[in-house]
Design a protein. Structure first.
Length: 289
């Protein structure tokens, strides 16, 4: 499973301290973090610029001060909407919070969280207590004074308490979780195929057959996993590729559209303008400045 296209693995820098924090800045307009998922719990904290995020079925814009929770095994995508995007990423292996002694706390809260049976709402804004927790984690991790590991762990516990009290979106049964995991694994190959063949005609029947599903069941499950219809998802991939070609090559608009799988130029122009709020011609002109 871990070599498939949408699975993302970044080893913790310290295997004995399963928290990783890093900062990304000066992310330009249109640059993106491709659609992917991972097993750890992750937080984005935005300090500058604007961005578009998709997490599961949710699509929303963020600005300075926004905090986003990425649940374990949740497909997500990020795209910068400005030329100065700056944000922190906090990655946590939930088992980091476990103790050797199995107790009520571990059984009732931490084990379901680690197994992705508790899911949190993604977007958090204007919550000063959560913001204070996040800033405390960043400060302790940056300064690394004596005992910083304890301070980080304590703040993460506090953060999870606040999330459980105010931001739980769903609690899955073991059966629901197993079904979700099976679907995610099954559709990795489908998403990989689309990524590899976006420039060609892709048929619903071909994809449904590859997943051993009827076309109707395939479409329903695909939308449950990605939050998009198959057509919308394929178009999103093609538009992202087109934006890269417009920035990095001298292909004209028609050549770009055809190379990205669009055989109708007016349809391409309409979709591109709706997606990026600017025409392909103007997009190229701005990106070349």
């Amino acid at each position: 499973m871990k070599d498939l296209n949408t699975y993302w693995l970044r080893e913790m820098p310290d295997a004995d301290f399963c928290v990783d924090i890093f900062k990304k800045n000066n992310v330009k307009h249109g640059e993106s973090v491709r659609l992917h998922w991972h097993e750890h719990l992750q937080f984005y904290y935005f300090v500058k610029g604007e961005a578009l995020l998709e997490c599961g079925h949710n699509r929303f814009e963020v600005s300075p001060g926004s905090i986003v929770v990425i649940n374990s095994n949740e497909l997500h995508y990020l795209e910068s909407l400005s030329d100065d995007l700056e944000f922190y990423t906090i990655r946590i292996d939930p088992t980091f919070l476990f103790s050797n002694q199995v107790d009520l706390l571990q059984t009732k809260y931490l084990a379901p969280l680690a197994s992705n049976r508790i899911s949190f709402r993604n977007l958090i804004e204007n919550d000063t207590r959560i913001l204070e927790c996040v800033k405390k984690i960043l400060q302790e991790y940056d300064l690394k004074e004596v005992g910083y590991e304890l301070a980080v762990k304590a703040s993460i516990y506090q953060l999870i308490v606040l999330l459980i009290r105010g931001y739980v979106s769903k609690i899955l049964s073991e059966k629901e979780f197993e079904e979700k995991t099976r679907s995610l694994k099954r559709f990795n190959a489908v998403i990989q195929f689309i990524e590899d063949n976006y420039d060609k005609k892709i048929s619903l029947k071909e994809l449904a057959d590859s997943a051993n599903l009827s076309e109707c069941h395939f479409c329903r499950t695909f939308k449950q996993i990605t939050g998009k219809t198959l057509t919308d998802y394929i178009n999103e991939i093609r538009l992202e590729k087109a934006a890269c070609f417009l920035k990095q090559t001298d292909l004209n608009i028609t050549e770009t559209a055809l190379k990205c799988g669009f055989d109708n130029i007016s349809y391409f122009n309409r979709l591109f303008s709706r997606r990026y709020k600017i025409s392909p011609t103007k997009f190229r002109k701005i990106s070349k400045q």
